[in-house]
Every structure is written in C-alpha cells, then in structure tokens.
Design a protein around this ligand. Structure first.
Ligand SMILES: Nc1ncnc2c1ncn2[C@@H]1O[C@H](COP(=O)(O)OP(=O)(O)OP(=O)(O)O)[C@@H](O)[C@H]1O
Length: 251
C-alpha cells in the first residue's frame, strides 16, 4: 500500500546531487511531478537531461537527496529498489528489444517474470497494447524484421505492459529516420492525452508544445526554468534559455 495523500506529487526529487568524478552533473535538483502531468526536459547537450531522466528511477545512483514515487522513498539499492523501479516504464533512444525473442515475447516477458502474470493473460494484454501502438500485426515477427519506428513502438508497449505509474522517455526519437519520428510522437501524444504521467527528454519542440504540461530547461546540471510550454516558448526568462531557443528554432 502507498502512503500517498491527496495533492501529493506522484514523483518528487528533493535536493538531488550527483557527480561524475569532478563533474557536478546534477545540482540541487528539486522537481515535483503530479499524476497525469507530462514534463518535457530540454537543454543544451551535456546539461544533464538524460542523467536527470535516469535518476527518477535511480537507474543512475545519486550522491545526495531523496526521490519518492507515489509516496514511497526509493532506497539506494536492493530488492525494494527493484520492486519500486518496476513501477517506472523506460523507453530509451536504442529500443533495447531482445533480438532472439518475438515482438510478443518481448512484451510479455516482464509481466510474466516480474509481475507473475499467467502467460495467457500477459499475451492477451500484450496483443491489446501492440494494437494500441499500431503494430498488432507484427506480434510474431522478430525485432530485426521491423522498422526503427515500429521497434520503438514495441518498446513503448513493453513498458506499458508493466502498468507503470510513470513513463520515462530518454530521447525516444533520436535514433529514428525522420519519417518514423512522427509515428512514435503520435503514440506518445495519445498516451499523454490518456493521462499517463510522463517525463520526456527530447529535442522535438513540436511535441513539447502540443503534449507537455510543463517544460523544464536544464543548463549545467541545474533546472534553470520550469514553465508551461506557452510561457517558456514565448517568454523564456534566462539568457541561456533564449540562446538555446534561438538556436534550435532556427534549425
Ligand atoms: N557515465 C558517465 N561518466 C562520466 N560522465 C558522464 C557519464 N554520463 C554522462 N556524463 C557527462 O555528464 C554530463 C551530462 O550528461 P547527460 O547525458 O545527462 O547530458 P544531456 O543533457 O542528456 O546531453 P545530450 O543532449 O548530449 O544527450 C555530460 O557532460 C556527460 O559527458
């Protein structure tokens, strides 16, 4: 059972610091994300966006601070961390599907092994999810037989099959050919509309504008701005954010 009370954020990072050797990669990060909120994380290369994303489920260890999901504090390591981490779906730039397993097997593996669901139930649900992301007809194929966009949609279905409380997307379209980017962004937009809590690191500003509730701008390991897309894109506060927007919006 969770100890979440009404109004408490679903995800909370408090005073999180992280070093890579001499590099202070995350500095005093405070971030609260409400249930159903979609937070897009943007910023220059090396500003700490991916590290922040991977920190939410403590895939990256931290040096200090605290992270809670649904009112439960994520410990440094151990079985309890593994149990809580299973509530967080992750979609990476590289799809990370098992090449020797079929699409259907990729999506049923977690529910059967981790959630201990009966195989038949897990397969039924996997087929529903594969339909939902538009690759239902590919269930019996192997990942290498699919396009990059299709593989990424399978990766999204695989994450959803675990019934996550929050989904993390770390540059999910960066490895895709341009014509496949929109098919993945459309699936993500539909998820956002369905109320999924999401943290998305992306360079796709169109997605940020249409699907985000909040844009977080990072620079030098810090959260420099946190605002609605409308406010951020029309009235960025810091010079660094203005420079960043000027660069990416002219590309
Ligand atoms: N495992 C690691 N060991 C040492 N330094 C690392 C490691 N991972 C990332 N870094 C450094 O930490 C900083 C932040 O990296 P991160 O990948 O979080 O940035 P980012 O904002 O996501 O960048 P990009 O947009 O280029 O992916 C960078 O300077 C990077 O070189």
């Amino acid at each position: 059972m969770t100890s979440r009370t009404a109004g408490e954020p679903l995800v909370r990072l408090s005073a999180v610091d992280k070093w890579f050797g001499e590099l202070h990669v995350l500095q005093d990060i405070d971030l609260s994300i409400d249930r159903g909120e979609v937070v897009v994380v943007i910023g220059p290369s090396g500003s700490g966006k991916s590290t922040l994303c991977r920190t939410v489920n403590r895939l990256e260890p931290i040096d200090s601070g605290e992270i809670t999901i649904d009112g439960q504090r994520l410990p440094d390591e151990g079985r309890e961390l593994a149990r809580l981490r299973a509530d967080v779906g992750m979609v990476f730039q590289s799809f990370n599907l098992f090449a020797h397993k079929t699409v259907l097997e990729n999506v049923t593996l977690g529910p059967v092994k981790v959630r201990k669901q009966p195989k038949g139930d897990a397969e039924r649900r996997a087929r529903e999810l594969l339909d939902r992301v538009g690759v239902g007809s590919q269930a019996d194929k192997y990942p290498a037989q699919l396009s990059g966009g299709q593989q990424q949609r399978v990766a999204i279905a695989r994450a959803l099959a675990m019934d996550p409380k929050v989904m993390l997307f770390d540059e999910p379209t960066s490895a895709l050919d341009p014509e496949m980017i929109n098919e993945v962004l459309d699936v993500m937009t539909a998820l956002a509309r369905d109320g999924m809590t999401m943290v998305v690191v992306t360079h796709e500003m169109g997605f940020a504008r249409r699907a985000a509730n909040r844009v977080v701008f990072m620079d030098g390991g810090r959260i420099v701005e946190s605002a609605t897309p409308e406010t951020f894109f029309t009235r960025p506060q810091s010079d660094r954010a203005k420079d960043f927007l000027a660069k990416i919006l002219t590309h």
